[in-house]
Design a protein. Structure first.
Lengths: 207, 391
């Protein structure tokens, strides 16, 4: 009887070891993930290279009348540097550029230079950055050029290859209110609000 | 380090905003895109120079190096090349007398100009003139053909170029210098009017008297300036002229007026740009009325499209002032927008305007003939006006 009980206890302990082994192991991994996530702290930096498709959406004027942009799909790219303030929040600067063609093959260029903040949502090995960039945007269309404010909210999805490298995609909205006071050569009724978006692939390097 | 880089970024944005907030265009970037229309091309060379156009037999004809025609009153969009006189090319001028088309064409071998007549079907008859090979300019008005030579002599024919008479009632030298242009002729209210650059004349072929605008007993322009073009507005019985400093002149009932009856615009076109071809349009408005506007094309020294004078009047000099170039019409009379081409009408010197009025009495096609930027059309159908489009 005792032998049977001892045998059962040994079997049970053996099972517990086999069962609990992976559990403990998983627990160890979780600890690793937590350790990994907590790696980012004030001063950690990262660098992005983005490239993709620029999608013109629409303009609207001060009367909120929506106008076609008359632009083709275009190309866009940007370089972004950010530094972590906390494990989930990073800030930095981004310099970008885009081009798209008008119906008469005129090329619109826009060059945004922005300060950018990003909030990181993580479920390893994936990350979802929610970003907002604010800054200045230089629009150039042949001899016409204008500097405007720009706001670029965006969302991304990244896969971490390792602690340094990650790859992902972003979708970003471009809001460019192009305002003319009428004091120059351009009348004030030429003011328009530009609405665009881009979809880009991205390479991220942390250092 | 991060703080430093952020500071640099802020500085860069600020500097860029301060240094590059310029706009060489007078159209907003996004606004221009929103109103851009794809240019259609109706078979005329985009960089041709053109000055004259006629309408006869249901067709429009234009001299633009070669001769082109299409059905008038919007019956056809594409222009078709008409055969030029054999062994002659570069058709530069065109006029209509008694339903016969007269052209100046240059000999392909020696590049000398000759006069031809035809009915527009591609068969041309060479006409004999006293200045064959030396013709400088041609105008046809009220069925009289006027030609000048490079020495400034004027000849005319009132029998469809059957014979030409030298007009000896004018000073015979330097009337029409080829270097400064300015020769023009028009007819209205029973009189012919002649622009001989430094003076205007009124009368009939072979019998002219000076009719220049005068003020305080002197001719009312700067000595070095020349008059450029003439335009007679039949509805108002008013004659217009302009000069190469950008002033517009007008006189009512010109057939009986004196030189001192002319009114000169208080101000000239922006930057003193010379003015060329003129036309008065009466555009139906949404309220059932019409809006009168004088268009004056900028000259070759400027190339700034055309200027508009809304509701021109002679009661006050201000009412003749050419405004800033209105390739975008201030009151959207002619078009909404077209500063969207690398070459567009706002950058062109406009030699002439031609109006093709529809038989419905309510529509017209307005053509602008430019120096080196082709021919442009603006269609007005019952008050609805489209943008300029290059032909």
């Amino acid at each position: 009887m005792m032998k049977d009980l001892k045998t059962k206890i040994i079997i049970l302990l053996t099972l517990l070891v086999f069962i609990s082994g992976p559990l403990f192991a998983a627990s160890d991994d979780d600890d690793d993930y937590d350790t990994y996530q907590e790696t980012f702290s004030l001063g950690d930096q990262m660098f992005f290279i983005n490239g993709g498709v620029f999608i013109p959406l629409f303009f609207f004027d001060r009367s909120l009348d929506v106008k076609d942009t008359n632009l083709t799909l275009g190309g866009t790219g940007s370089l972004c540097w950010q530094v972590f303030l906390t494990n989930h929040l990073s800030v930095g600067a981004e310099l970008g550029g885009m081009f798209a063609l008008s119906p008469n093959k005129r090329v619109l260029y826009m060059i945004p230079l922005m300060l950018k903040a990003t909030y990181w949502i993580r479920f390893y090995p994936f990350e979802i950055p929610l970003s907002l960039g604010l800054g200045g945007n230089l629009s150039i269309l042949e001899e016409a050029a204008h500097i405007d404010f720009i706001a670029k909210p965006g969302i991304g999805f990244y896969w971490n290859l390792n602690e340094e490298w990650a790859f992902g995609a972003n979708a970003t909205y471009w809001f460019v209110p192009q305002m003319y006071s009428g004091s120059g050569k351009v009348p004030s009724d030429n003011s328009m609000f530009g609405n665009f978006m881009d979809v880009t692939l991205s390479v991220l390097f942390r250092f | 380090m991060g703080k430093k880089i952020l500071s640099i970024a802020v500085l860069l944005i600020t500097a860029a905003a301060l240094l590059i907030s310029c706009n060489e265009s007078d159209i907003g970037v996004f606004y221009g895109l929103a109103h851009e229309e794809k240019v259609k091309n109706y078979a005329l060379p985009d960089h041709c120079t053109s000055e004259s156009m006629v309408k006869t037999g249901g067709y429009l004809y234009v001299a633009a190096g070669s001769i082109y025609r299409k059905k008038a009153e919007g019956g056809e969009l594409d222009w078709h090349k008409v055969k030029s006189p054999e062994d002659y090319h570069n058709v530069t001028e065109m006029g209509l007398a008694n339903d016969t088309i007269f052209i100046l064409a240059y000999d392909a071998d020696d590049a000398k100009p000759y006069l031809f007549s035809g009915t527009g079907d591609g068969s041309w008859e060479k006409k004999s003139t006293p200045i064959d090979g030396k013709i400088s300019r041609m105008r046809v008005t009220n069925n009289v053909i006027f030609i000048t030579d490079r020495s400034g002599h004027l000849y005319y024919s009132d029998d469809d170029a059957g014979s030409f008479t030298q007009d000896t009632s004018l000073p015979d030298s330097k009337l029409f210098s080829t270097s400064t242009g300015g020769f023009d002729m028009t007819y209205g209210g029973g009189s012919y009017y002649l622009n001989a650059q430094y003076d205007l004349y009124r009368g009939n072929p072979g019998s002219w008297t000076k009719f220049s605008p005068t003020h305080n007993g002197k001719i009312w322009k700067d000595d070095e300036d020349v008059f450029t073009r003439l335009y007679y507005d039949e509805d108002d019985d008013r004659l217009y002229t302009a000069d190469n400093s950008g002033y517009i002149y007008a006189v009512d009932s010109p057939s009986g007026a004196s030189g001192s009856s002319w009114v000169k615009s208080e101000n000239h076109a922006r930057s003193g740009m010379g003015l060329q071809g003129m036309i008065v349009l009466r555009i139906p408005t949404s309220t059932g009325g019409t809006h009168k506007v004088l268009l004056a094309g900028s000259g070759i020294n400027a190339g700034r499209g055309y200027f508009e004078v809304h509701n021109p009047r002679t009661s006050d000099r201000d009412f003749l002032d050419p405004e800033v170039p209105k390739h975008k019409a201030a009151t959207e009379l002619l078009t909404d927008y077209y500063d969207y081409m690398s070459f567009d009408i706002s950058k062109a010197a406009i030699n002439s305007f031609f109006i093709d009025e529809y038989s419905d009495g309510n529509s017209f096609d307005l053509y602008a003939q430019t120096f080196g930027y082709g021919v442009w059309k603006n269609t007005n159908k019952g008050g609805y006006v489209r943008a300029w489009n290059q032909e």
